[in-house]
Design a protein. Structure first.
Length: 164
């Protein structure tokens, strides 16, 4: 059988619970702050570091590819004049430049994809975190007020029931 009562010999039990309740609220707030900060860090890292880096790398790779193509074209033209039989080195450099450009394009597409995904996931996941924060913002002060009232009533009860 379940009774809707508790045996409390001292208001100190409620005061101790109140201290733990405050600590719980602080721990939750720290966790919420950490979650928000981590989400912001990842998004900013992609937006502020990776996106500009791979954009610049793609631009550099395109310039190198164009330079390599120009050098190959000039080597082909000079081949006829000087009787040079092949442009092996120039072709190798062009292939390297093209591979570097493809790599930069791949990385830039991946960064854009992950940036879009992470923003959507942050939006989806931060909602429940914000709901928890709002619940704590409202619930902790109300709970503390109720505990304070209970402590006050218990102290009054013990004062009145103490042998005189």
């Amino acid at each position: 059988m379940w009774h809707n009562s508790a045996r409390i010999d001292s208001p100190e039990i409620i005061k101790e619970f109140r201290r733990h309740f405050i600590k719980y609220g602080e721990t939750c707030q720290q966790a919420i702050t950490g979650i928000r900060a981590d989400a912001r860090k990842v998004s900013q890292w992609l937006q502020m570091e990776q996106l500009p880096f791979w954009t610049a790398e793609l631009r550099k790779a395109e310039e190198k590819r164009l330079d390599a193509r120009t050098v190959l074209s000039m080597a082909k033209n000079n081949e006829n004049i000087y009787g040079k039989s092949s442009c092996i080195e120039e072709r190798k450099e062009l292939r390297k430049a093209e591979a570097r450009k493809e790599h930069a394009e791949l990385k830039l597409r991946a960064v854009k994809k992950w940036l879009s995904l992470i923003e959507r996931e942050i939006e989806n996941q931060i909602g429940p975190v914000n709901n928890l924060a709002a619940t704590l913002d409202n619930g902790i002060p109300r709970g503390l007020a109720q505990l304070d009232l209970l402590t006050e009533k218990l102290e009054e009860y013990f004062r009145l029931s103490a042998p005189q």
